[in-house]
Ligand binder design. Structure first.
Ligand code: ADP
Length: 485
């Protein structure tokens, strides 16, 4: 379809009249005024007023604008000058100063009316343009919002009552606009969330922060539930006063089912892989024994390397299993009191054997035992240390800091490697998140270690975070309480 560029000139009252009318108006109205004035004079012998001529100037100004009213002013001046200025003569002669002032005042007033009318026209034109733009943008907005069928888009007043409703909302939630407008949006929430006052709490957060994202079950008109992804945005006026909220909801039920199936697949696949890998490892150990008896050095070398790769494969599968357990809420912990200093030393010694380049130093000590799952905390430390080695290929120092605090201990693993830029620092704790810039893409990994670590620490009520500067290195921290929390 060939599209024309938009016409930049907007229609206003003055410009809609044809040119001949714009000049006919002053001529006709001035002649009418002239007639009325003649009548008034013959009836009442009035010397003044020229008021009828002002009426003609004003009418011309209103319908024709500046030029038209100026023409009316000039015509009126000429007529007044000739016929009415001097009561006894019809002429263009000024007899005294009074007449000169009189005609000048009329002319000035006429011009003034013309100029003012021009200002009025401009203001009117601007407000008309604004109104048209506003109307168009409202229509556009409505068209766009209504065309969106995959998202429920609706607005709320500041108290949470629904004020608008698009077709997507009707499709997803089942209510027609006239059924739902005016109802409170908590109608979409399951009862247990209403009991917890969640709908009111989320509006408070959205008002405070400007935006709130939520995922969870919502109820349709027919009572069935769907999994929703919701974004609530507060709508403020120019003075920062809350006008209401916009809500955009997406039905994620299918995505969630797909995600669940994917998680189940990962869980089954990693279980299935575990058995053959264990067998391969056993066969490898048998072959290592045989090669030792046969004193075949080359064979031994390759079997050792094979064992390294089997261990690596085992680690990946164990991580995959852990990730699927976390997803299913089935990662279990055996918590007890343990000595963090001993655990750190053991792990550092183990990891030190895997690197010739890096020197791992331990600084500080925990003053008390820690309450937690020793193996899982060891897993976090191992993850921090293997990452520190992996992501600092050009430096040789790694520092493990144990910093005792009042009722807990803080552990940090510092490297002087490639570092992580600000934008990625929170995301690296998410599932399968890896930084993929030029600096990082050569390092192997699947983005599971920190996700597992953060779940382990959070399930111990601790905190996990990173402090890092791109190109200078990173320190990964976690905190743990001394006693049960
Ligand atoms: P991966 O197996 O990819 O290393 P992790 O979950 O352990 O998975 O880490 C996630 C991402 O965080 C990594 O891909 C890497 O980009 C970044 N990262 C983790 N540790 C460090 C570190 N010490 N220095 C720089 N980047 C790191």
């Amino acid at each position: 379809m060939k599209r024309k560029p938009p016409n930049p000139t907007w229609n206003t009252r003055a410009s809609t009249y044809p040119t001949f009318l714009r000049f006919a108006i002053p001529v006709a109205t001035v002649l009418l005024a002239f007639g009325i004035k003649l009548q008034l004079e013959s009836l009442f012998h009035l010397e003044t007023p020229y008021l009828v001529f002002f009426a003609s100037i004003m009418i011309s100004a209103w319908y024709g604008g500046f030029k038209t009213s100026l023409l009316a002013t000039v015509l009126s001046t000429v007529l007044i000058f000739y016929f009415f200025l001097h009561p006894d003569h019809n002429s263009f002669i000024i007899h005294n100063i009074k007449e000169a002032i009189e005609i000048s005042i009329f002319l000035i007033e006429g011009i003034l009316i013309s100029v003012l009318s021009q200002f009025a026209h401009n203001a009117l034109r601007k407000s008309e343009i604004k109104n048209i733009e506003l109307k168009r943008s409202r229509e556009h907005y409505k068209l766009v919002v209504d065309a969106v069928k995959d998202y429920a888009i609706y607005t709320l007043d500041p108290d949470g009552y629904i004020t608008s409703w698009n077709k997507g909302a009707k499709r997803i939630k089942g209510y027609k606009a006239k059924e739902i407008i005016g109802k409170h949006f908590s109608i979409f929430y399951p009862q247990e969330r209403i009991n917890k006052k969640d709908p009111w709490n989320v509006l408070e957060i959205a008002e405070e922060k400007g935006r709130f994202e939520d995922e969870g079950l919502r109820i349709k008109k027919d009572g069935s539930a769907f999994w929703a992804d919701v974004v609530i945005t507060s709508l403020m006026d120019d003075q920062g006063k809350l006008q209401g909220f916009s809500q955009i909801t997406r039905d994620m039920t299918k995505h969630r089912e797909l995600d669940k199936r994917k998680d189940e697949f990962i869980s089954i696949a990693s279980h299935e892989l575990k058995t053959p890998i264990t067998s391969i490892k056993v066969f490898n150990q048998i072959m290592q024994k045989l090669s030792l008896q046969r004193k075949d050095k080359e064979f031994q070398h390759y079997l050792n390397r094979m064992e390294g790769q089997i261990d690596r494969l085992n680690e990946i599968i164990t991580d995959l299993l852990d990730v699927s357990k976390i997803q299913a809420g089935k990662l279990e912990f055996k918590k007890d009191l343990f000595n963090l200093n001993d655990l750190t030393r053991e792990i550092v010694e183990d990891i030190q054997t895997t690197t010739k380049k890096h020197r791992i130093i331990i600084e500080g000590k925990s003053l008390k035992k820690i309450f937690g799952d020793k193996d899982r905390i060891g897993q976090v430390l191992t993850n921090f240390l293997t990452n520190a080695i992996k992501y600092s290929p050009n430096t040789d120092k790694i520092v493990v800091k144990i910093i005792p605090q009042k009722n807990r201990v803080m552990v940090g693993v510092q490297d002087f490697g490639i570092g992580i830029s600000k934008e990625h620092q929170e995301k690296i704790f998410e599932r399968f998140y890896r930084v993929y810039t030029e600096d990082e893409k050569t390092f192997p990994g699947l983005g599971m270690g920190l996700y597992i670590s953060s779940d382990i620490i959070e399930r111990h009520n601790g905190k996990i975070w990173v402090e890092s500067e791109k190109g200078k290195g990173s320190t990964f921290y976690f905190t743990l309480f001394y006693t049960k929390t």
